[in-house]
Each structure stands twice: as structure tokens, then as C-alpha cells.
Ligand binder design. Structure first.
Ligand SMILES: O=C(O)[C@H]1O[C@H](OP(=O)(O)OP(=O)(O)OC[C@H]2O[C@@H](n3ccc(=O)[nH]c3=O)[C@H](O)[C@@H]2O)[C@H](O)[C@@H](O)[C@@H]1O
Length: 431
């Protein structure tokens, strides 16, 4: 038998390094040499671990209680008031991502026509949270309460469904942005996969189950070259992790439709732009840079071909969202059990007239009356696709969707908003 003083031989050199035995260590080893002392030590260590763990859980629950921004009588009252329906046949809609670009516009449109709306948003700092807070206060002035919380918070979702009988969920909370997925891949998994599943679990268990309309993306067409993109085209060649998580969302929602009878409508948005937009998007960041006299980077595709997008104005997208809610059939399940087949739909919401990025810049220059400093570079391999172009005949037929705003008109509205919001004080337009 090797004595405790004998150095054990490391199995992998370098992985397991043992110190030369120090006199103190010898004493320590002797302590353990009797089995009864060893038993007492073990008991002591177990007791220490148990008390540490229970203290930790006490601290955790205490701090969650103290820091929770939801719950309580006053909070429930605000949620109920916001969900009040003010028109015959109206709906009660939970809008996730209500502090976001599309979410804030859809919430306002629903509220204005008399539907009940409760918002949910985690106000993360992917882009300037003060813009999200400004949207929140606009919604608040119009009677829409936004709960601060994450779609990954199952307890919060259960509470919301407990307080309000939601007829519909408009799920717009997501990690957006095509190129940022290379910087922070985990945030896409967190919001677009885990968050989606948590939300679907809450919807599946709600009784009655709501109908769900959610934001997919034109990016699911990935490397598809058949134009215009139709819902029947292949979507199994995503070019970015963002696109892959949206495509995964389409498959995940299909499963919940199939197993639990949830009514699902997925909307493939095509590069949405407009007032109160997202500062990370090209039209927005170009505007800021042009006004600040900074150079803008314009990506160019293979063989020096300009990139193009089927830019779609926010008001048109809102009509598509509201049309989807209005035509969504009911979910059929209850208590987590499917009672019959429920609708599963996917629609393109685009503008059907792609415009190149240099043309977008020309239009901005005209509206801003400032010349852009252009820096043209080859498109890096960062998840971008060369062009998008929507076939919208399905949405036209089923939702009455008919976009009416061209890029020239829509950008004029955006620039007017931008200047009124940020002014010409370019320093303010950080982020
Ligand atoms: O349609 C969609 O599904 C997607 O539309 C946009 O993604 P994207 O079309 O890439 O929009 P922008 O980031 O505004 O880029 C527009 C165009 O400008 C180009 N661009 C962007 C940034 C830049 O600095 N320079 C530049 O030339 C891009 O390559 C792209 O061709 C949104 O950011 C996504 O969240 C959304 O899901």
C-alpha cells in the first residue's frame, strides 16, 4: 500500500500537479488517518455546505423579491386597466417587445382602435435604451402599460396569464440584427430560441389558449436565389445565426401547433424602417453619420453588384400585423391538451420593390440636404445576403395586405421624425 506521503503519479503530465509534501501537509494527512476523525470531518463539511446553500437560496429569493419590477396589487391593476377592451368584438393582446420598433407601433395601433394591450419588454441595451424608454412613455400616454420583464421569465408569464385572459399574443420580442450575431451568438439563442419556447409553454398552458402571431424574418430565405421569395421557397440555407434562430422558431412554433393546438401565424418581415426605428439598422445609422459628417460604409456584393433590400415601411407592416391578428383562427387546446387542428400560417410582409443600398443613400442625401461621405467596401462574410424581394400574394389574399408606401415617401417620414426627435444636435444622437 502506498503511504499518504508517497507522491501519486499524474495520469497526464501537466494536468495534475502535486506540491512537494510540506511538514504542515504531513500533519494534515495524519489528521485524516483515523477513520472516525475522517467521518467527523465529513459530517462537518456536509453541514457547512447545507447551511451555505440554504443561506444562498434565502439571499437569492430575497433579492429577487426586492428587485422584481413586477407584482403587487397596484401592478395588477395597471395590467388589468391596460388590457381593457373598448370595442365590440375586440381582443386582449399581450405584445412582447412592446418597447421595440415594431412592437410600439403595433401596440399603439391596437390600442387606438379599442383593443386591450399589455406590453412586455426587458429594455435591454442592444441599442440605446433611452429610445425604448421614450417609446414606453409614448405608449403610457396612450393607455398602454409595458411590464418590464423577460420572455424567459416563466413565472412572470404565468402571472400575466393569471391576471388577464389574453385572446392573442403578438410576439415581437427578439434579438434582432443580422451581423451582430457574430459578436454575441448567445443572445440570439437566449431570446429567439429559449425565450420563444418559454412563451409558447405559457401559451400552451393558458386556458383558454391565445392565438399567436410572431415575427420571423426575410433572412430565413438565406442563400435562396429564386426571386421574388415566396413562402414555398426553400429556407434551409440560412446565411447567419440570426436567420437560423428565426428558421428554428418557425419549426418550434410548428411543433406547438401540432402537439398542443396553438394557432400560429409567422410573419417574415422584410427590412422594416420608419419613425421610431432601430438605430442599428443601415437607414438609421447612415442618417446619423451623414448629419455628423462621418463616412458611411456601403457594402457591395460579388462582381461589384450593389446590395438591395425590399425595404418595407412600418405603417404597412403594422397593417400586416393587425390583419394577421384579425384573421388568426382560434387555438384549440386547453389545459395543455390539443382538442383539434389549429391554423399554422406563414406570410411574407414585404414591399415587393427592392431598392439598392446606394439608392437608399441618395434618397437620404436629398431629404437631409447633406452629402454623404461614402466608403464602399466588399461585403464581408458576416451573414449578409445580397438581396431580398418579397412575393406577397399570399398575404394579399389572406390578410388583405397591400403596402402603399415607397422608400422615397417612407424615408421622408423617417427623416422628419429623426430631426424632431434628435434635432440637429448631433451629439445627442449617440448609439
Ligand atoms: O428583413 C429582415 O429580416 C431583417 O432586416 C434587417 O436586416 P438587414 O436587411 O440586413 O438591414 P440593415 O442592417 O439595415 O442593412 C440593410 C442593407 O444595408 C447594408 N449595410 C448595412 C450596414 C452598413 O454599415 N453598410 C451597409 O451597406 C446591408 O448589407 C444591407 O444590404 C434587420 O436588421 C433584421 O433584424 C431583419 O430581420
Amino acid at each position: 500500500m502506498p503511504s499518504l506521503d508517497t507522491d501519486p503519479i499524474p495520469s497526464t503530465p501537466g494536468k495534475f500537479k502535486i506540491e512537494r509534501t510540506h511538514p504542515m501537509n504531513r500533519q494534515f494527512y495524519r489528521c485524516f488517518s483515523s477513520s472516525s476523525t475522517m467521518f467527523l470531518w465529513a459530517l462537518f463539511l456536509i453541514a457547512l455546505t447545507v447551511s451555505y446553500l440554504s443561506f444562498q437560496s434565502f439571499v437569492d429569493s430575497g433579492s429577487r423579491y426586492l428587485s422584481a419590477s413586477w407584482g403587487g396589487i397596484q401592478w395588477e391593476k395597471q395590467v388589468r386597466n391596460s388590457a381593457q377592451i373598448h370595442r365590440r368584438g375586440g381582443m386582449a393582446v399581450l405584445v412582447t417587445g412592446a418597447g421595440g420598433f415594431v412592437g410600439s407601433h403595433v401596440s399603439l395601433a391596437l390600442k387606438r382602435r379599442g383593443d386591450g394591450v399589455v406590453g412586455l419588454d426587458n429594455f435591454n441595451n442592444y441599442y440605446d435604451p433611452s429610445l425604448k424608454k421614450a417609446r414606453k412613455s409614448l405608449l403610457n400616454d396612450n393607455g398602454v402599460f409595458i411590464v418590464e420583464g423577460d420572455v424567459n421569465d416563466a413565472k412572470l408569464l404565468a402571472k400575466l396569464f393569471d391576471v388577464v385572459v389574453f385572446t392573442h399574443v403578438m410576439h415581437l420580442a427578439a434579438q434582432a440584427g443580422v451581423r451582430y450575431a457574430m459578436e454575441n451568438p448567445q443572445s440570439y439563442v437566449h431570446s429567439n430560441i429559449a425565450g420563444l419556447v418559454t412563451l409558447l409553454e405559457a401559451c400552451k398552458s393558458a386556458d383558454p389558449q391565445p392565438a399567436i402571431v410572431w415575427a420571423s424574418s426575410s433572412s430565413v430565405y438565406g442563400l435562396n436565389e429564386k426571386v421574388p421569395f415566396s413562402e414555398l421557397d426553400r429556407t434551409d440555407q440560412p446565411a447567419s445565426l440570426y436567420a437560423a434562430t428565426k428558421k428554428a422558431g418557425e419549426e418550434i412554433t410548428h411543433t406547438y401547433n401540432h402537439i398542443y393546438g396553438l394557432s400560429i401565424t409567422g410573419l417574415r418581415f422584410f427590412t422594416v424602417y420608419g419613425p421610431w426605428g432601430r438605430p442599428d439598422m443601415a437607414y438609421f445609422s447612415f442618417t446619423r453619420s451623414i448629419l455628423q459628417g462621418k463616412a458611411i460604409t456601403i457594402y457591395r456584393g460579388k462582381n461589384q453588384v450593389d446590395l438591395a433590400r425590399d425595404f418595407t415601411f412600418i405603417d404597412d407592416i403594422v397593417k400586416g400585423c393587425v390583419g394577421s391578428l384579425d384573421t388568426a383562427g382560434k387555438s384549440t387546446g386547453s389545459g395543455g391538451k390539443k382538442r383539434g387542428p389549429a391554423p399554422y400560417r406563414i406570410f411574407n410582409l414585404g414591399n415587393t420593390s427592392p431598392v439598392t443600398v446606394p439608392t437608399l443613400v441618395n434618397i437620404l442625401e436629398r431629404h437631409l440636404k447633406v452629402k454623404a461621405k461614402r466608403n464602399i467596401v466588399d461585403m464581408p462574410g458576416n451573414g449578409d445576403v445580397p438581396f431580398t424581394h418579397a412575393n406577397i400574394s399570399l398575404a394579399q389574399r389572406e390578410l388583405g395586405y397591400k403596402p402603399t408606401t415607397d422608400l422615397q415617401t417612407g424615408l421622408k417620414k423617417f427623416v422628419t421624425w429623426y430631426l424632431s426627435y434628435y434635432g440637429y444636435d448631433h451629439e445627442k444622437s449617440v448609439n
